[in-house]
Write a protein that binds this ligand. Structure first.
Ligand SMILES: Cc1ncc(COP(=O)(O)O)c(C=O)c1O
Ligand SMILES: N[C@@H](CCCC[NH3+])C(=O)O
Length: 455
């Protein structure tokens, strides 16, 4: 079998990405194990995607295990003295929990559900952080029952609730989420470091300092450090450096006011990835180098010991490892463009509708010699806005039955999937060394019907 590599998808190191601060260069958006046969079949980790589509139906999500492990290892070696917590909200299933554990990362969860799933899959609770701007009683009770490593307090009203739940003889390590007044992220809806939004306690208006005093007044809560999460899909290092300096400044003021030196500092996640060739990315190694230097400098200036750094990447760990495979159900042309409708859509990937994100789908399973046409890839749902990719160049001869694959589908697709129109959520198949393994089965009508208890 002759196998050629996809353009730009080689194993020649380009996936380490561009330098920080965004210098865009041609960058593969397919997992590094991707290959293509002359007839147009595309393989990941040696497994043809069309075989997976035949075996499991479509839509189907494929996760390249080697890509995830590579990304976990890149983070571990970029941040050797820090704790890297994978942000489970990007995507979570038991197979992934095991893999992240094997790679030595911690976990960041934000609900009792994510927490229970991780711990029952064998993840050590002490390596888990619990987040949430509105933690439910179940979230807090589960965290305390399972013994999570840290709970990140997000609001003043949470302090007394948590202290009461821990009880006077209990003990819980906590961090405090601060908004450092830094706006960053790929879309307004995913910027969380500014002051006037639902997350965290503002540094600027003094609420953060006030909350610190209240937490320190609760003997059962051990404040280990400050936390911030600036936003998601950030492609430059500057916002992180600004936030770091502001948080070190607050750490120094806490030392001065209370005589307490906080041993940890969590800068959250948000590291940007490429969805299309040429998109800028945030290189974790460059980020780590700059954070380390800035931390050393700011701490020296404030005469503070350097705290242990924590980071929480989600998208950058799993996003580029995922490929969504759809089957074309219908085609139509208007005077302006061609529409190709597939068997998934906003129920498995709401990101284009939510944030206007642009993807680069391609035909797989056969090679076409037709010229390309401006094509809009539409989903199957009952909304005109259910568009997966607008104005992309695809072969003009696409027809029902063809397979389209969308790379960089590993993060915030299935974790945000819905049961809109009761189509059922797609399965997840992991590939490794020429073998495919089902991680999550397809949601069936029976699953959906089982929730509906009737009149
Ligand atoms: C507190 C926190 N940490 C980490 C993440 C992970 O972000 P990303 O997947 O962009 O790395 C998020 C989501 O944006 C978050 O809210
Ligand atoms: N869900 C968003 C990112 C938000 C991350 C969660 N705090 C996305 O799809 O890009």
């Amino acid at each position: 079998m002759t196998v050629t590599e996809l353009p730009g998808s080689g194993t020649e190191e380009p996936r380490a990405g561009t330098g920080a601060d965004g210098a865009a260069e041609e960058y593969s958006v397919w997992p590094a194990t991707t290959t293509e046969e002359p007839g147009g079949r595309v393989l990941i980790a040696g497994v043809p995607l069309d075989d997976i589509a035949d075996a499991h139906g479509t839509p189907v999500y494929v996760l390249d295990e080697a890509e995830i492990r590579y990304r976990c290892r890149t983070y571990r070696s970029a941040f050797p003295d820090a704790d890297v917590h994978y942000a489970a909200k990007a995507f979570l299933c038991r197979g992934l929990v095991r893999l992240v554990d094997e790679e030595g990362l911690g976990l960041d969860v934000c609900s009792a559900g994510e927490l229970e799933l991780a711990v029952t899959a064998g993840f050590p609770p002490e390596r888990i952080l619990l987040h949430g701007n509105a933690k439910s009683p179940a979230d807090l009770d589960t965290a305390l029952r399972l013994g999570v490593g840290r709970i990140v307090i997000d609001s003043a009203s949470e302090i007394a609730r948590l202290a009461a739940a821990v009880g006077p003889r209990g003990h819980q390590k906590v961090m405090l989420r601060v908004t450092p007044g830094v706006g960053a992220g790929g879309h307004a809806k995913i910027r969380t470091g500014t002051d006037d939004q639902k997350f965290g306690l503002s540094l600027r208006d003094g609420h953060a300092q006030h909350a610190v005093a209240r937490v320190l007044g609760q003997p059962q809560l051990e404040l280990t450090g400050l936390h911030c999460h600036l936003g998601s899909q950030i492609t430059g290092t500057k916002p992180y450096l600004t936030a770091l300096r502001r948080l070190v400044g607050l750490t120094a003021r806490i030392r001065d006011a209370h005589g307490v030196v906080l041993p940890e500092l969590d800068l959250g996640g948000g590291h940007g990835i490429a969805y299309r060739p040429g998109d800028p990315v945030l290189d974790p190694t460059a980020l780590a180098r700059r954070l380390r230097a800035a931390l050393a400098e700011s701490c020296a200036a404030a005469r503070l010991p350097v705290p242990r750094l924590l980071v929480e990447p989600g998208r950058a760990v799993v996003g580029p490892a995922g490929v969504a495979v759809y089957r074309v159900l219908a085609v139509k042309t208007t005077p302006g463009r061609a529409f190709v409708a597939v068997d998934g859509g906003m129920s498995d990937n709401p990101r284009p509708a939510l944030y206007g994100v642009r993807y680069a789908p391609r035909l797989i399973g056969r090679r076409s010699s037709a010229p390309t046409a401006r094509t809009t890839v539409a989903g199957r749902h009952c909304e005109a806005g259910d568009i997966l990719a607008e104005d992309v160049a695809l072969p003009a001869d696409l027809r029902p039955g063809d397979l389209l694959a969308v790379p960089v589908a590993g993060a915030y697709h299935l974790s945000m999937a819905s049961s809109y129109n009761l189509v059922g959520r797609p399965p997840v198949v992991a590939v490794r060394d020429g073998a495919a393994r089902l991680l999550v089965r397809r949601e069936t009508l029976e699953d959906l019907r089982a929730r509906d208890v009737g009149l």
